[in-house]
Design a protein around this ligand. Structure first.
Ligand SMILES: [Zn+2]
Length: 461
């Protein structure tokens, strides 16, 4: 995620073109051609390991089935998760991110209306607005089935991943999110009031996401389309760590790029969905050549009101208007590898996805020099790239300290030996695909970056 205001320093480097309105409304979303991930072009012979094969997703990852009904600001749903912990557990924990302070301030609410574990009703507690605890003990390796009923009241004007404006509704991290981190346990870090994420989740097999909506609206959501009627969309995905849903009377465009790209623009916004779809395909080609195959079957982009910048989700991006005219679109697409494929604890190690996504956009758009000068950074943020969201809470400088400073370190390291750096980065991605990475993984797999990352405080010890 990034703030539009934070892009001011890059704006001069952008080639700005006037947005055009779409040729006309498209009544239905074209169904993306079923596809498998396009193989990445073989790296040129570099003499370095190519690492083009990603580590496989955990075969025992959680399995999610969800059903939601969207009516303006109101969302009602159920979700069923089959969870096989890799450590013994003494409780089950879900995060209710739509109840975080910022959406709450704008009228957002999230309630859990029913809890069942292995088919029996269970009591639960809510020690903070974003934490749901269910008493439950179980050994490692034993599946447990959790079924939750929930409701959302979407905020209005929150500049967030939850919102409603007219016929357009959107939510991401909107369903209770299993807060497990393999090998670690439950992640219960506090929410942040920054324009940022504090969520962590392992990948899940999205067995079935059903979205019910009013006739005349279309849905853009994480996952490949399984079926569609006038009032229902069903998607599924082999392995995603969260879900985004946008419902509205979108102007739609579809481009078959490296993967199918679907863009929907909210009525009243001037953005041209076909132009954004073409730009997306072009950015994807660059990212794929650098990092490896696109991690999902397709990508959907919803251009929305009341959001500044963009917010990344697996195979889905919520974007503000005109964000294809600056670095945001390329940045959010970079997150498909850094956050999406290679996950991180976004509260503990926000730089792990933000510095790399900013690095992605800088290389793709030729703006590296905007990030590499330490002297441009405020003194107050120097050496603080590796600090968690709890440090940045209530403090200025998050964007400069984490995004810019972190990307600058990566770019300076790459400049010394680009081919070797690119090879190491591909191996970092391949080794850490489908899991939650840590700074120690970067230190192990990307040794060329270690000195620079230590210098900016991203790696410690
Ligand atoms: Zn970001």
């Amino acid at each position: 995620m990034r703030r539009a205001l934070a892009l001011v320093l890059l704006a001069a480097a952008c080639t700005s073109t006037s947005p055009r309105t779409a040729a006309g409304p498209t009544p239905t979303v074209p169904t993306p051609t079923p596809t498998v991930t396009s193989p990445v072009a073989s790296p040129r012979a570099t003499g370095f390991p190519s690492c083009t094969t990603y580590r496989a997703a955990d075969p025992r990852r959680p399995v999610l089935t969800a059903d939601v009904t969207v009516r303006g600001r109101k969302v009602a749903g159920t979700e069923r998760i089959v969870f096989t912990p890799d450590l013994a557990v003494g409780q089950l924990v879900f995060r209710l991110w739509a109840a975080a302070p910022v959406p709450s301030r704008y009228g957002g609410r999230q309630a859990v209306t029913s809890v069942e574990v292995n088919g029996a009703p269970r009591a639960s507690t809510r020690p903070s607005p974003t934490v749901l605890r269910i008493p439950w003990s179980g050994p490692a390796g034993t599946p447990v089935t959790i079924e939750l009923g929930f409701t959302l009241t979407l905020p209005v004007g929150a500049d967030e991943r939850w919102g409603n404006r007219g016929s357009t509704s959107w939510f991401a991290s909107g369903m209770p999110l299993l807060a497990w981190e393999s090998g670690h346990g439950w992640d219960v870090e506090p929410a942040t009031t920054q324009f940022a994420e504090a969520s962590t989740s392992e990948e899940m097999r999205l067995d079935r996401l059903t979205v019910h909506h009013a006739a005349g609206l279309t849905v853009l959501a994480t996952g490949g389309t399984m079926s569609r009627t006038a009032t229902t969309l069903v998607t599924s995905a082999p392995s995603v760590r969260d879900v985004a849903v946008a419902v509205g009377r979108f102007r739609i465009a579809l481009v078959n790029g490296p993967v199918p790209v679907t863009v929907g623009v909210t009525p009243g916004l001037a953005d041209d969905p076909a132009e954004i779809a073409r730009e997306t395909a072009a950015y994807l080609r660059g990212h794929i050549a650098r990092f490896g195959p696109f991690p999902y079957q397709h990508v959907v982009i919803a251009v929305l009101p009341d959001i500044s910048g963009g917010i990344e989700y697996p195979g889905a991006i919520l974007l503000s208007t005109r964000q294809d005219k600056d670095a945001t679109l390329s940045h959010e697409l970079g997150h498909q590898w850094f956050y999406g494929l290679v996950g991180d604890d976004q509260a503990r190690d926000p730089w792990l996805d933000e510095a790399f996504a900013t690095y992605s956009e800088a290389l793709e758009r030729g703006t590296a020099s905007s990030y590499t000068s330490v002297l441009r950074l405020p003194r107050s943020v120097r050496g603080k790239t590796g600090l968690p969201m709890t440090y940045w809470e209530g403090r200025p400088g998050y964007y400069q300290g984490v995004y810019v400073q972190g990307a600058g370190a990566l770019l300076r390291a790459r400049a010394r030996d680009p081919r070797r750096f690119d090879a190491q980065l591909r191996c970092y991605i391949a080794h850490n695909a489908h899991r939650i990475a840590t700074p120690a993984d970067v230190a192990r797999d990307l040794p060329l970056a270690v000195a620079e990352l230590r210098r900016v405080g991203a790696l410690r010890g």
